[in-house]
Design a binder for this molecule. Sequence first.
Ligand SMILES: Nc1nc2c(ncn2[C@@H]2O[C@H](COP(=O)(O)OP(=O)(O)OP(=O)(O)O)[C@@H](O)[C@H]2O)c(=O)[nH]1
Ligand SMILES: [Mg+2]
Length: 236
Amino acid sequence: MLEEDVEIPMKVLIVGNGAVGKSSMIRRYCKGEYTNDYKKTIGVDFLEKKLSLNGEDLRLMIWDTAGQEEFDAITKAYYRGAAGCVVAFSTTDRDSFDAVEKWIGKVEAEVQQIPMVLVQNKIDLVDQSVVTKEEADQKAQAVSLRFYRTSVQDDFGVNDVFSYLADVYLKKMKAEESQAAIKAQNKTSNPQSSSPIKESFQGKSGAGIRLDVQGATGKQRAKAAKKGILASCSVV
Ligand SMILES: Nc1nc2c(ncn2[C@@H]2O[C@H](COP(=O)(O)OP(=O)(O)OP(=O)(O)O)[C@@H](O)[C@H]2O)c(=O)[nH]1
Ligand SMILES: [Mg+2]
C-alpha cells in the first residue's frame, strides 16, 4: 500500500495524427461516450478519470492534444510533467502509421523518455486496413513499445491501454518507496553515508525506468505531483 488516504495524480498524454481517434478515446474512457462526428481538437483539452488499481486510487488527468501540425507549438508546451503517453494511429490512415516515430520524438524532446504505449485504433475497420498486422507488430517492436489494438467505437481495448500505463506508474512509485525505506535504514545503520540511491526498474514494456531516489516517500511524491512537479523521475 502506498498511502491509504492519498489519491495519486497521474498526467497522461495522447498524441498522434489528426482524426485517428484521440479525443474519442479519452471521451470513451472518461465519460463512456462516443460520437461519429469529427470535430478537430484546437490546441489541447483534458479530462479526468478516477481509477482503482491494485488497492491504490489514482486520478488520471488525460491531456488530449491536437493532431494537426498547425497546433504543434501550443501542444508541446503541455507535454511537461507527463508520466505516461499514448501514441495513436489509425487502421485506415497510412500517414498516421508512418508518423508514429515523429510523435515519439516530439514527446521525448520535451519530457525525455516516459512510459508509452502504441495504439492502433479503428480496428473495427480492419476490412479497410492500410496497415498489415505484421507491419504494426514490427513497428511496435522497432520502437520498443507495448502495443494495443483498439476500437473506440466498439469500446474494445480502451481500458487496457490506460490500466497498463497506470500499472507501470504505480510500480515505479512503489519501487521508489521501497528504495526510500532502504535508504532510511542505511542512514540509521551508517549515519555517515549520504549518497543518493539509484535503482533501475524494469517496466512491462521492457523500458528501463531509472529512479533517482533521494529520500522521498510515495506520499511525498504524490504531494509533490499535486503541486505540479509530477515527473521528477527520469526514464532511460
Ligand atoms: N470507425 C471508427 N471510427 C472512429 C473510432 N474512433 C474514432 N473514430 C472516428 O474518427 C473521427 C476522428 O475522431 P477524433 O477522436 O475526433 O480524432 P482526433 O485524433 O482527436 O483528431 P484531432 O483532434 O484532429 O487530432 C471521428 O469521426 C470519430 O467518430 C473507431 O474506433 N472506429
Ligand atoms: Mg481531437
